[in-house]
Design a protein around this ligand. Structure first.
Ligand code: ADP
Length: 485
């Protein structure tokens, strides 16, 4: 239903005043807001635009005169109500440009707009202040809590060194564990409140990547043994030896993801993989993947995971404990390091958490960085994949060099073997071939690297559809490069 050139429904629902008038200046349509604000007894229709804007429009017999420009620029006018009181408006009056001419006026009550702006600014200021007070309170309380907890912990440690009977020893060990857990919670709350308040700063230093990873692995080895799980760690050969980054915080993210993976996995395996995904202007992008074969997460719950204090459901917190802060802190830390974090999971099958971060390259890495991107160094693999990967690792320099005829031939062969394994659901072998593909494609353009990464994750998740899509994508890349050559 159209009237006077505007859709009646949208104009009626508009929060601004809208009215239309004709060549004679007679108003023939006004929306609800215009009627409400201008308060003409008997309504606006039939009135003259000169009554509403006497400073801008002079009514004459069957027409009007004005200096108004009728362009897109909003102007400040004074609008008069039916009772001759007035208020400032920001108005735009446009011409239809057809015969007979029609005009549409859209106007905001500036007093109201100004008032709302001030209200919003005040509410924002109050919210910021409340957040600051809350963050400071949380930071103070957690600091205060740390002192008595450490007091208890110190005394328990002293008692543990003494000759006490086994029953008391057991209780002391329990108290010690509780204190350590309590300290972890305090640390999490402190980090969270600092991050929330924007007071968190990273402390980048040069560190040895593989030593850091070994330390992370050692941290969890007792739990891995206790639960009888398999653990694999794979570090791509092109991951630099040294980088400059906040080692402590990178460890914190990895520890959080790994302790979750171990917490939510009763049988099967947990894997940690590290790749270098990009290098530019002295910076390196590292990509970490943590895979488990645990309880998994429903699609509907995935969005909630990275929110603060969020656990999938109450039964999980009762059964597994935790504060629901770890992933939120990890997300914020990852973002501070210029990266992203995400999860792919299937209920009952397991989860794959992955994140990327940017670190600075060290001087010695910078000078060889370009080379490292194009030349495939000798492999660094841990766990069973090292032995399995050896079997299919291609030999010869030409095979190693991405883009050569030999390299493409080898890639094609391994790809078809991969697909065969996928068809036969031999996932262990498929992963092994996937590693070979990744090594053969080292030094490939960025977009090929991304496809391989997606394909790899699809293989790890045993997702047949995504594997086929990745396979086709990779094949067409190889073909396109061939045609190009
Ligand atoms: P919490 O300290 O409670 O573990 P997190 O933020 O680390 O807090 O995790 C939030 C929730 O995300 C967990 O309570 C759990 O419901 C879910 N979750 C995290 N990692 C996994 C995983 N690997 N498998 C299944 N669920 C997970």
């Amino acid at each position: 239903m159209e009237q006077g050139g505007c859709s009646v429904f949208s104009a009626q629902a508009a929060l601004e005043m809208i009215f239309e008038f004709d060549e004679s200046g007679r108003i023939f349509y006004a929306n609800a807001e215009a009627e409400k604000k201008l308060e003409y007894t008997g309504g606006l229709c039939g009135r003259s635009v000169g009554e509403v804007f006497p400073g801008e429009f002079k009514s004459e017999e069957n027409t009007f005169t004005t200096q108004y420009a009728f362009d897109e620029k909003p102007r400040q006018l004074v609008a008069y109500r039916g009772n001759f009181t007035c208020f400032p408006v920001e108005a735009k009056i446009l011409k239809s440009g057809c015969k007979p001419e029609r005009y549409v006026c859209m106007a905001y009550d500036m007093l109201e707009k100004e008032y709302l702006k001030r209200e919003v600014a005040q509410v924002r200021q109050e919210a910021e202040l409340a957040l600051k007070v809350k963050s400071e309170f949380v930071a103070n309380v957690t600091h205060e809590l740390r002192t008595p907890v450490n007091g208890v912990l110190g005394n328990v440690k002293e008692l543990l060194c003494e000759d006490v009977d086994s029953r008391i020893m057991k209780s002391l060990r329990m108290i010690e564990r509780c204190c350590v857990d309590m300290n972890k919670i305090i640390d999490n709350i402190l980090d969270f409140s600092k991050l929330e308040a924007g007071k968190f700063t990273l402390e980048p230093r040069r560190f040895h990547v593989r030593e850091m990873l070994d330390h992370v692995k050692t941290t969890h080895s007792a739990k891995i043994t206790e639960k009888g799980l398999e653990f694999f760690m794979t570090v791509s050969p092109n991951v630099p030896e040294y980088v400059i980054g906040d080692e402590l915080r990178i460890k914190q993210i990895l520890n959080n993801l790994l302790s979750n993976a171990l917490k939510f996995t009763a049988v099967g395996k947990v894997k940690l993989e590290v790749l270098k995904t990009a290098q530019m202007s002295g910076r390196t992008e590292l990509f970490f993947i943590v895979i488990d074969s645990g309880i998994g997460i429903d699609d509907a719950d995935k969005d909630k995971l990275f929110q603060s204090f969020s656990q999938v459901d109450a039964s999980i917190s009762r059964r597994y404990g935790g504060t629901g802060l770890g992933l939120n802190i990890s997300k914020q830390l990852v973002e501070l390091m210029g990266g992203n974090i995400g999860v792919e999971s299937q209920r009952g099958k397991g989860s794959t958490f992955s994140f990327s971060i940017w670190v600075d390259s060290c001087e010695e890495e910078k000078s060889t960085g370009q080379q490292m991107d194009t030349v495939r160094p000798a492999g660094y693999m841990a766990g069973e994949q090292a032995a399995a990967g050896q079997e299919e690792r291609a030999d010869g320099d030409a095979v190693k060099q991405y883009g050569t005829q030999e390299n493409k031939e080898a890639l094609r062969k391994v790809l078809s073997k991969l697909i065969l394994c996928v068809e036969m659901e031999n996932w262990e072998k498929a992963e092994m071939f996937m590693d070979t593909i990744r090594q053969l494609a080292e030094g490939a353009p960025h977009e090929v690297g991304r496809v391989i990464l997606r394909l790899k994750m699809a293989v790890q998740k045993e997702n047949y559809e995504k594997i086929t899509a990745g396979f086709e994508e990779l094949k067409s890349f190889l073909q396109a490069e061939e045609v190009h050559a």
